[in-house]
Design a protein. Sequence first.
Lengths: 158, 158
Amino acid sequence: MRSPAELTESFRTNGLKVTPQRQLLFRLMHENDCHPTADALFAEASAQMPGISLRTVYQTLTDLAAMGELRSLDLGTGATRFDPNTDDHHHVVCDRCGDVRDVYVSGADGLPVDGLDGFEVREASILFKGVCPRCAVGHDMASPTSTTPNNPAKEKLS
Amino acid sequence: MRSPAELTESFRTNGLKVTPQRQLLFRLMHENDCHPTADALFAEASAQMPGISLRTVYQTLTDLAAMGELRSLDLGTGATRFDPNTDDHHHVVCDRCGDVRDVYVSGADGLPVDGLDGFEVREASILFKGVCPRCAVGHDMASPTSTTPNNPAKEKLS
DNA sequence: TGTTCGTTCGCAAGTCGTGCAGATTGACAT
DNA sequence: ATGTCAATCTGCACGACTTGCGAACGAACA
Ligand SMILES: [Mn+2]
Ligand SMILES: [Mn+2]
Ligand SMILES: [Zn+2]
Ligand SMILES: [Zn+2]
């Protein structure tokens, strides 16, 4: 997502007003990497701007998504999540705590897909579900003396 | 999903009762390939059994999913869809009409995934979005004299 | 045929998101 | 600086989807 200054510029040149509420959300989303829900952003925003309405948070996020400044995600966790990262990437979500992280899958394009006879595909998203490192602590059946030495950077799918 | 007879057997041996409502849903789901919502199944069921409740449809589908007899899917189309196909497969959904089809992606396992540091992945699902052949008719900007000769069996991702 | 406990049903309630309309205010011209 | 006007904000009601609850019901078995 672009910087608050760039968004301000862009909004004004498009006849859109730059309100304090919008500026606040520009700031809260910029460089945010935790895929917040509208409600979570409403909580953060309310701390800095008491009286801001949840309706406005929804409205602004929807607008930003429509402009392509951010992506709205349905990860099956109940509420829509908003993502300032507009790169071509995918997600992994923790079953236990709902934490979401970005993942990058190389070579996904070009895989043979059987069954889409005639379907004109416009978008493909990959969603991983599992358990995050924090939630895994003390909950798995691994040997008691050693945590599984997970490769911190690269693993294989499934 | 297993046959109504097999499910009946399985239910009874597990101390679960085989009610007319359940038998009907066994039949409606068996060999169903259109990924219906609870409400759609409720409509079908009501035709054959007036008075059956939507609550019971939800209950039975949830139970079957918990037993692994079917899968419940959140494809971002609003309502949960229920899938008697328990194979390892994925889905493509039409943006316009919501139609869903099964797709099989080979080689998805083994793709290098960057960013899941420590996440223990238990499941990976791929969701394609696009336009189905029926909805594409007369709505695209293709040359007017020829429909795009889509390969009917195999295409490449994205 | 009677007992029992799982099941069904109807309704209330919960979650998430949107429609609406009056009050507010940013942007710009005067 | 002030006025104008349309875009925006807010609060509330509403819609779609799903689940909680408890009384009535009925399948399974003796
Ligand atoms: Mn992301
Ligand atoms: Mn399927
Ligand atoms: Zn977690
Ligand atoms: Zn379609």
